[in-house]
Design a protein around this ligand. Structure first.
Ligand SMILES: [Zn+2]
Length: 428
């Protein structure tokens, strides 16, 4: 295994420091004279962050290998600075048994680009009818700790309560896709004046907020851990803040696209902007940024949702929901949170590495840049700027909503346990 001596990296955006990477761990930090046999890497003006951890990634395998595979999705993740991703359960077959989660977990290990931690479905086939084999998935080689019917809401309060109670036995967490189904039948975009003007069925904020409020109360009632996927409204931030204030064990995530984009983009009728939950208003975007800054929202999660062009190149109402995001996530967070002064790089490391690893109970991830920690490291050039080119991707899909925008920051190197997965911006 190659030993790397990373020279003069700005540790979490701080003073230039050397990092010695040996045998997969960070062996030394500081003013390191020389190290016999080490390969030196000049990181002047690069910021060193711990490897990013995504709680919410759709890798599409098994079932939709035309949209993404575990290999291509983790390659995109590595290019985005990630060293771990949670693979959502809405595959075909659904990841609702030990067999399927172990298959996904093994594919991740074989690829070697990223740790792939499968998320288990809460209900059999995501049908919302009957609890899946949560215990068997937890006990499997994949060691599932996060359970979600993402894409669909666990809307039945009794089932949600049972799931919350069940996962306590193995310190699991239920990640809720908060969408009241009756309030969002055939919904296409954020409900507001604009949805009326555009003639697209509205998706009211209350459809998200009502489920979050109910589930915070349920989680508090049974004393269990609850995670809220892709919070998208100012009201949702308020409810999570309230719930945390009264001791509820709830955590929440926000996506990069909800931190930057608004429902105004629907005026283009371009389905690349169609996503679930929908893009909201400028006031919602501001509240999400504030919530992430003050810790009400614990982490950023991409909700990377690849789709082949035939599922997006059609009229708005027929198009699939979702956007790719692994390779642009850190740039969007830099633009919306760092360049605005809302978070420093240490804050980004917390929200994009430490917290998601903690929520997912990933012991070897999110440990930060310290001696003895696994060498999961990303080196970025924060001064770089690049126009987003949908073709410049390792993903099999091109449905980025950021095409044409010039975003700051570029991932230069990514290390997974001391092994470069990206070097000089290129996949290894
Ligand atoms: Zn979702």
């Amino acid at each position: 295994m190659t030993t790397y001596l990373i020279r003069q990296a700005d540790l979490l955006g701080g003073a230039p420091t050397d990092l010695l990477v040996r045998d997969g761990v960070i062996a030394d930090i500081g003013d390191i004279g020389s190290s016999a046999g080490a390969e030196e890497l000049d990181a002047t003006d690069l910021v060193a962050l711990p490897g990013l951890v995504d709680l919410h990634t759709h890798l599409r395998e098994p079932g939709r290998e035309d949209a993404e595979t575990v290999l291509t999705g983790t390659q995109a993740a590595a290019r985005g600075g990630f060293t771990a991703v949670h693979a959502m359960a809405n595959t075909d077959p659904v990841a609702d048994t030990a067999g399927v989660v172990e298959q996904v977990w093994r594919l991740g290990r074989e690829g070697g680009y990223c740790d792939v931690q499968p998320v288990g479905a809460v209900t059999v086939g995501l049908s919302g009818q009957q609890l899946a084999e949560l215990g068997a998935m937890a006990d499997s080689a994949a060691g599932v700790r996060v359970f979600s019917d993402d894409g669909r809401c666990v809307s039945d309060a009794v089932l949600m309560r049972r799931a919350l109670e069940y996962v306590k036995a193995f310190d699991g967490v239920v990640a809720q896709h908060a969408q009241e189904p009756r309030l969002t039948e055939d919904a296409q975009m954020n409900e507001g004046e604009l949805s009326g003007v555009l003639g697209l069925r509205g998706w009211p904020a209350v459809a998200e907020e009502a489920v979050i409020a109910r589930d915070c109360l349920l989680a508090a009632h049974v004393g269990s851990r609850l995670h809220i996927c892709h919070v998208s409204t100012a009201g949702s931030v308020e409810i999570v803040r309230w719930a945390k204030g009264r001791g509820c064990n709830v955590t929440a995530e926000v996506t990069p696209h909800h931190l930057l984009l608004t429902d105004e983009l629907a005026t283009t009728y371009d389905p690349v902007y169609k996503v679930n939950p929908p893009l909201r208003t400028r006031a919602d975007v501001e509240a999400l940024r504030e919530g992430l800054a003050d810790g009400t929202i614990d982490c950023v999660a991409t909700d990377h949702a690849p789709h082949p062009s035939e599922d997006k190149a059609c009229e708005w109402s027929a198009a699939a929901f979702g956007m790719v995001g692994l390779e642009t996530a850190l740039s969007v967070v830099q633009q919306t949170m760092v360049d605005t002064g809302l978070l420093d790089w240490a804050g980004v490391a917390d929200r994009f590495s430490r917290r998601p690893a903690e929520i997912g109970r990933l012991g070897s991830q999110g440990r930060g840049l310290q001696i003895g920690a696994p060498a999961n490291i990303v080196l970025i050039d924060p001064a770089a700027r690049r126009p987003v080119d949908p073709g410049d991707t390792a993903s099999l899909s091109r449905n980025t909503p950021f095409e044409g925008l010039e975003l700051p920051g570029r991932v230069v190197h990514t290390f997974l346990r001391g092994v470069p997965t990206v070097a000089d911006g290129k996949l290894q």
